[in-house]
Design a protein around this ligand. Structure first.
Ligand SMILES: NC(=O)c1ccc[n+]([C@@H]2O[C@H](COP(=O)([O-])OP(=O)(O)OC[C@H]3O[C@@H](n4cnc5c(N)ncnc54)[C@H](O)[C@@H]3O)[C@@H](O)[C@H]2O)c1
Length: 375
C-alpha cells in the first residue's frame, strides 16, 4: 500500500482578515453572533476542563496563557497586559489563539485575538448585563476610554439598547478619540469631567481603565440603588479598580471563581466572600438581579471559555465568508517517525511558504502525485 503524507492544515486569520470579516458582517451581527456562541458554551459549562490562567508577571505587565478544552476541541489564548505600552506606541493588550483537535492535537485554526478580545470582552459584558442590569437601562457611564471602550459602548448599544454613554478618562485625548470614532453610532455621548459626574444617574457603570495599581476608581459614594457595575479593567493581582466597599454593597457575579479570586477586584475580599458564577444564572439555576434596587456587579477578568467561543465564532464566520489562508505550521510527513527528512534540501516535506487556499490545494495535489509516482 502506498503511504501518503499525513495532511495537516492550519487555517489562519490575520488582523486584516478579522477587520474584513467585521466590516462585511457588520459589528452588530458580529456582537450578536459572538454573544450567542458565548451563551451556548456557558450552558455547556460542565463539559469543559477548566483552570485559572497561567500568568507570568513583570514590573510593568503580565503575559498569560489561557487554556480550556472539551472532549473535541482544545483552545488557548496568549495575551498580555502592559498598561504603559500605549506610551511607546503599543497596545496595552495583544493576543492570538488556537483551536486544536483533541484526538490528534492538530492546531486546526489560529487567529489574531487582539481585535477579537475587544469584541469578546464587550460581548461577554453585555451577556452578563442582560441578566444582571435593570431591563429598562438606557444610560451607561464608561470610565476609561482606551482601546476596549468603543467595543463596550457598541455592544451595550446593540445588545441592551443603551442610548446614552457618559464618558470619563484621565486622558482627554482618549475621550476625544472615542467621541470621533462613535460620532455616527446613534449613541448620545456626553463628556464628563470626573468619575462622579459620569456615574450620576447612570443605570450601568463600566470601568475599563488600565493602570497596574490597586486603584479605587469607583467608591461607595458613586453607587446608586439599582446600578449594574461592569468592572472590566481590574484583571490582575495588584491591578484593581473598585473600592472593596463597592463589592460589599453589591451582589457579585464572576466568570470562573478560582481565577477571579486571584485576579479580580474580588482579590481584596476574604476567601469566603460570597459570589455567583455567571453560568449558573445563564442556566437558570440562580437568579440574576432579584429586585430593581439591587446593586449588581460583574467582576470581569476574562476567562478562557470566552476565547474558545470567540475562536469558534471567528472560524465559522471566516469559512462562511471564505476569508483567511492555510498555513504550514506542522510538517507533513510520509513517515511520521522521520522528522529528520525535513533537513534534506530536496525534501518534499519542506514547510511551504504562506499560500492561499487554492495554491495550497494545488501544492498538496502535486505532492501526493509525486509520492504516488515515486512509491
Ligand atoms: N476583563 C477582560 O476580559 C478584559 C479584556 C481586555 C482588557 N481588559 C483590561 O481592560 C483595561 C483597558 O484595556 P485597554 O486595551 O482599553 O487599555 P488602554 O490603555 O487602551 O486604555 C485604558 C484607558 O484607561 C485610562 N485610565 C487609566 N487610569 C484611569 C483612571 N484612574 N480614571 C480614568 N481613566 C483612567 C487611560 O488613560 C486609558 O485611556 C486593561 O486593564 C485591560 O487589562 C480586561
Amino acid at each position: 500500500m502506498i503511504k501518503l503524507p499525513q495532511l495537516v492544515k492550519t487555517q489562519f486569520l490575520s488582523v486584516q482578515d478579522v477587520a474584513t470579516l467585521i466590516n462585511r458582517m457588520g459589528l452588530e451581527t458580529v456582537f450578536k453572533g459572538m454573544a450567542s456562541y458565548i451563551r451556548e458554551d456557558y450552558l455547556r459549562w460542565q463539559d469543559f476542563e477548566k483552570c485559572a490562567r497561567v500568568a507570568n508577571h513583570s514590573t510593568d505587565g503580565v503575559i498569560e496563557l489561557m487554556p480550556i478544552s472539551d472532549a473535541k476541541t482544545y483552545a488557548f489564548k496568549y495575551v498580555n497586559g502592559h498598561p504603559k505600552n500605549t506610551a511607546i506606541g503599543l497596545p496595552c493588550v495583544m493576543a492570538f489563539g488556537v483551536l486544536a483537535d483533541v484526538d490528534t492535537g492538530i492546531p486546526e485554526f489560529m487567529s489574531e485575538l487582539t481585535l477579537s478580545t475587544a469584541l469578546r470582552t464587550a460581548a461577554m459584558s453585555a451577556v452578563a448585563a442582560q441578566v444582571l442590569a435593570r431591563p429598562d437601562s438606557k444610560c451607561m457611564a464608561l470610565i476609561g476610554n482606551g482601546a476596549q471602550s468603543e467595543f463596550q459602548a457598541l455592544a451595550f448599544h446593540y445588545l441592551l439598547g443603551i442610548e446614552e454613554i457618559r464618558l470619563y478618562d484621565t486622558d482627554p485625548q482618549a475621550t476625544a478619540k472615542l467621541l470621533a470614532n462613535l460620532q455616527s453610532s446613534g449613541l448620545r455621548l456626553t463628556v464628563c469631567d470626573s468619575v462622579a459626574e459620569a456615574v450620576r444617574g447612570a443605570n450601568i457603570v463600566t470601568t475599563v481603565t488600565a493602570d497596574k495599581t490597586n486603584a479605587a476608581i469607583l467608591t461607595l459614594n458613586h453607587i446608586e440603588p439599582g446600578m449594574h457595575i461592569n468592572g472590566v479593567g481590574g484583571d490582575c493581582p495588584g491591578k484593581t479598580e473598585l473600592h472593596p466597599d463597592v463589592l460589599r454593597a453589591s451582589s457579585v457575579f464572576v466568570e470562573y471563581e478560582p481565577q477571579t479570586r486571584i485576579e479580580g477586584d474580588l482579590q481584596h475580599l476574604p476567601a469566603d466572600f460570597a459570589v455567583t458564577e455567571l453560568w449558573q444564572v445563564l442556566a437558570g439555576q440562580t437568579p440574576g438581579r432579584s429586585h430593581a434596587k439591587e446593586i449588581t456587579l460583574f467582576d470581569s477578568v476574562g476567562f478562557a471559555l470566552q476565547d474558545y467561543s470567540a475562536l469558534r465564532f471567528m472560524r465559522d464566520a471566516a469559512i462562511e465568508l471564505g476569508l483567511g489562508q492555510v498555513v504550514s505550521l506542522i510538517p507533513e510527513l510520509v513517515n511520521p517517525k522521520d522528522l529528520f527528512v525535513l533537513l534534506q534540501p530536496d525534501s518534499h516535506a519542506t514547510p511551504a511558504p504562506l499560500m492561499n487556499k487554492t495554491s495550497q490545494t494545488a501544492a498538496r495535489r502535486t505532492l501526493i502525485q509525486e509520492v504516488v509516482l515515486t512509491a
